[in-house]
Design a protein around this ligand. Structure first.
Ligand SMILES: *Cc1c(COP(=O)(O)O)cnc(C)c1O
Length: 435
C-alpha cells in the first residue's frame, strides 16, 4: 500500500469526522466485531475491553444467552407501544422488583429518561404527599454529579463543559458536596422533596464516598420526609461487587434508577423503581415513552438479569475486582509519581494520573495502541470497568500492558529516579479504597 492510500481505519474515522456531529472525540480504534471481553478492529487487531461501554456491556459482548433471548423474541413481536399489554413486560418487571426490593418499576430506554422519570415522580410526590407549595419543590444533587445529558439534567451539572451555551436551565435543584453531610443539611429546606445521588460518582472519576455518609444521609432523609433516590445506572447490577452499590452502605433507598447493563449489552433498557407510596403518584397519562418497556427490550432485560444471577457475575465482580484493584495498586507503587491513586469497588477502578506528568487521555491512547481499551474521565482519571465476565488471565494481560505503558512513560519523562523534593511525597501511601 503506498503512502497515499488510506487504511480502513483512516477511512472510517474520516467518514465519521466528515458527516458526524463533533460531540465526541473517540479513541482512534475502529471496532469491527467483538465477543465477550475481546474486541477486534477493522485491521484485525485484538483488544481487551476494559471499559465495556460504561457498564452497558457488563455481560460481555453478544452474550449468547442474551442474543438467543433477543432472537426468540424477534420471531414473535418487538414493539407495540404501551397501548397494549405483552407477554414479556410483566415477567421482566417482576424479576426486577424482586431483585431490587421495590414494589413497582417503570421501564424507559436510556438512563437519562429514567432520571427524568425520577425527577417528575419526586416533584409530584413532594406536592401531593409532602404538601410542598406548587412549583416550589427542590431536589438536592451532588457537586460532580453525572445523571445524563438532557437539558434539565445538565442544568444541575457542576461541569462547565456540559452546560456552556445550553441555558436557560430548569430551576428546582440545589447542590451539596458529595460525602459531606453538613452541606446536605445546609442545602435542605421545607421545600426539599428528594436527594438524587450516585452511590459512587462514576464520571467524576470513580469517587467512593466516605464510610458512613450514606447511612447518615438515609437517616436525614427519613427524618425530614425527603426521598432518597439513588442513580445506579452505572454502578448497579453487579458492577461494584454487589447487585446494587447501595448495599455496601447498609441502606435501602426510596427509589432506584437503573440502565446501562439492564440492556444486556444489546439495547437501551432503563427503569425507575420505587414503592407504591411513591410510584403511585403516576396515573394513566402522566408519564410514558413510546419504546419504554417494549416487548423486545423486556425479553432482553429479563434474560440480562437472569444471566447475572445464573453466572454469579456479582460474586465474580467482587472477587476479580479485588484482584484487579490489588494488581493496579502494585503498578501504581512502581510507577510513582506518575500515578497518584487507585480507587474503586468491584470491577470498577479509577486510576488517578498526576497531570504534571501525563494526561489520562495520552495513556488511554497508548493502552489502545497496545491492545487495551479504557477511557479517560476528565484529564486525570483512567477508568477500568471490564465486562463482569472477564477472566483472571485477561486481567493479568491487561494489567501487564498497563504496567508497560506507565513505566515506559515514566522512563521517557526521566522521573524514574525521584528527585529529593518528590521523595517525601512518594512516601505517602497510594490511596486505596476497596469493597
Ligand atoms: C450513563 C449514566 C446516565 C445516563 O444514561 P444514558 O443511557 O447515557 O442516558 C445516568 N446516570 C449515570 C450515573 C450514568 O452513569
Amino acid at each position: 500500500m503506498d503512502a497515499t492510500t488510506p487504511t480502513a481505519t483512516q477511512e472510517f474515522i474520516g467518514k465519521e469526522a466528515r458527516f458526524g456531529a463533533r460531540n465526541y472525540q473517540p479513541v482512534p480504534v475502529v471496532v469491527d466485531h467483538a465477543r465477550d471481553c475481546l474486541v477486534w478492529d477493522v485491521e484485525g487487531r485484538e483488544y481487551i475491553d476494559m471499559m465495556s461501554a460504561y457498564s452497558a456491556v457488563s455481560h460481555g459482548h453478544l452474550h449468547p444467552r442474551v442474543v438467543a433471548a433477543a432472537q426468540r423474541q424477534l420471531q414473535r413481536v418487538a414493539v407495540t407501544s404501551r397501548a397494549y399489554h405483552g407477554t414479556t413486560l410483566g415477567p421482566f418487571l417482576e424479576k426486577l422488583c424482586k431483585l431490587a426490593g421495590f414494589d413497582r418499576a417503570l421501564p424507559m430506554n436510556t438512563g437519562a429518561e429514567a432520571v427524568e422519570t425520577a425527577i417528575k415522580c419526586a416533584r409530584r410526590w413532594g406536592y401531593r404527599a409532602k404538601g410542598i407549595a406548587d412549583g416550589q419543590a427542590q431536589i438536592l444533587v451532588a457537586r460532580g454529579n453525572f445523571h445524563g445529558r438532557t437539558s434539565t439534567i445538565i442544568g444541575f451539572s457542576s461541569e462547565p463543559e456540559y452546560r456552556a451555551g445550553f441555558g436557560p436551565f430548569a430551576p428546582g435543584f440545589e447542590h451539596f458536596d458529595f460525602g459531606d453531610m453538613a452541606s446536605v443539611r445546609a442545602a435542605t429546606n421545607a421545600s426539599t422533596c428528594a436527594v438524587l445521588v450516585e452511590p459512587i460518582q462514576g464520571e467524576a472519576g470513580v469517587i467512593v464516598p466516605p464510610a458512613g455518609f450514606f447511612a447518615e444521609l438515609r437517616e436525614w432523609c427519613t427524618r425530614n420526609d425527603i426521598l432518597l433516590i439513588i442513580d445506579e445506572v452505572q454502578s448497579g447490577l453487579g458492577r461494584t461487587g454487589r447487585w446494587f452499590a447501595f448495599e455496601h452502605e447498609g441502606i435501602h433507598p426510596d427509589a432506584l434508577i437503573l440502565g446501562k447493563a439492564l440492556g444486556g449489552g444489546l439495547l437501551p433498557v432503563s427503569a425507575f423503581l420505587a414503592d407504591e407510596r411513591v410510584m403511585d403518584v403516576f396515573n394513566p397519562g402522566s408519564h410514558g415513552s413510546t419504546f419504554g418497556g417494549n416487548a423486545l427490550a423486556a425479553a432482553v432485560g429479563l434474560e440480562a438479569l437472569q444471566v447475572i444471577e445464573d453466572e454469579h457475575l456479582v460474586q465474580r465482580s467482587a472477587d476479580l475486582g479485588e484482584y484487579l484493584n490489588e494488581r493496579l495498586q502494585e503498578v501504581a507503587r512502581e510507577a510513582r509519581p506518575l500515578i497518584r491513586a487507585v480507587r474503586g469497588r468491584g470491577l470498577w477502578v479509577g486510576v488517578d494520573v498526576d497531570p504534571r506528568h501525563a494526561t489520562a487521555r495520552e495513556l488511554v491512547e497508548r493502552l489502545a495502541a497496545r491492545g487495551v481499551l479504557s477511557k479517560e474521565t476528565h484529564d486525570t482519571v483512567i477508568r477500568f470497568a471490564p465486562p463482569l465476565t472477564i477472566t483472571k488471565a485477561l486481567v493479568d494481560r491487561a494489567v501487564g500492558i498497563f504496567r508497560d505503558v506507565v513505566l515506559d512513560k515514566r522512563r521517557e519523562l526521566a522521573i524514574n529516579s525521584i528527585a529529593p523534593a518528590e521523595a517525601a511525597c512518594a512516601e505517602a501511601p497510594i490511596e486505596a479504597t476497596t469493597a
